[in-house]
Design a protein around this ligand. Structure first.
Ligand code: NAP
Length: 265
């Protein structure tokens, strides 16, 4: 039984995705969750679930055990300044999902022994399918378990070194956009070869889900499964090779590296 109270400070795109995932799962009762943002009427639709909504970040901290800060990098220092005197090292765990802000930058502001985690989920959290990479600055096993428990509710969780958090941001959080663009392109192709948009989407979505689940379950390399689909001289290999001649894999890899170079600047 998970009896911790959770607050999400800065409930925008990713904060809301996390909140929706928690509400969908119901392990944490809605009235144990507080969500904040300045423009709180944007979250008014969540009132009916019983979530506590407030613009007051300090009261959110006082109400909670796990504090998720989900604001943009340019807002996090102000938020940390605002809440730091209310952080209790024996009660609270501070979790930042803000990209690119390190433990030492967070610690420079809060100057407390409160356990600090960084986490990088993605927007699939809203349907319980995020992959969330987490790291901590020497937290104890109990706190690590609590944070892992929280992120396991909204998907799967991996503990990584802090130095890989930016890579996790690109591969896991930005990655969903790359995959969605890939899906869009497949749908467009499907329409060109005869399907209406709705049918093409349904076929492509399930194909992508099936491909991912195949790899997750069987734990094989993608090329092992591809070999089963590519009949010699057949239509699949012809199409795949045409994609590669046009830079398919290369453009994806270059895009990932470009995103990484941007986040590292
Ligand atoms: N989007 C993703 O897929 C994703 C995934 C993983 C990590 N992240 C990281 O998460 C962070 C947030 O990204 P996002 O896309 O969710 O941004 P976002 O949609 O702008 O959400 C941030 C929210 O913070 C609120 N906020 C700003 N100042 C505040 C304050 N003083 N008190 C309370 N709330 C405040 C804003 O709402 P108000 O203006 O109403 O206050 C806004 O809704 C970024 O660092 C991003 O890199 C994002």
């Amino acid at each position: 039984m998970f009896d911790k109270k959770v607050s999400i400070i800065g409930c925008g795109n990713i904060g809301l995705s996390l909140l929706q995932g928690l509400l969908k799962d119901k392990t944490i009762p809605a009235n144990n969750i507080t969500a904040t943002r300045r423009n709180i009427q944007e979250l008014a639709h969540l009132k009916e679930y019983g979530v506590r909504l407030t613009t007051d970040n300090i009261s959110a901290v006082e109400e909670s055990d796990l504090i998720l800060v989900a604001v943009k990098p340019y807002n996090i220092v102000n938020i940390l300044e605002e809440i730091k005197d209310y952080l209790n090292p024996t009660r609270h765990i501070l979790i930042s999902v803000t990209a690119g802000v390190t433990f030492s930058q967070i610690q420079d502001v809060v100057r407390t022994s409160v356990p600090i985690f960084r986490a990088m989920p993605n927007i699939s959290a809203s349907v319980g399918k995020s992959v969330s990479c987490i790291c901590h600055n020497g937290a104890n096993t109990k706190d690590i378990e609590s944070v892992k428990y929280l992120f396991d509710i909204i998907g799967t969780t991996m503990t990584i070194d802090e130095e890989l958090m930016e890579s996790a941001t690109i591969l896991g959080a930005c990655g969903i956009a790359y995959v969605l663009r890939f899906i869009r392109a497949m749908i467009q192709g499907g329409i060109q070869i005869g399907f209406d948009a709705r049918t093409a989407s349904a076929i492509v979505n399930q194909t992508v889900k099936g491909a991912a689940e195949l790899l997750i379950e069987r734990k094989k390399h993608p090329e092992y499964e591809i070999d089963k689909v590519t009949t010699p001289k057949g239509c699949t290999i012809v199409g795949l090779n045409e994609m590669e001649h046009n830079g398919f894999s290369s453009s994806l890899i270059k895009g990932i590296v470009a995103s990484y170079e941007k986040i590292e600047k």
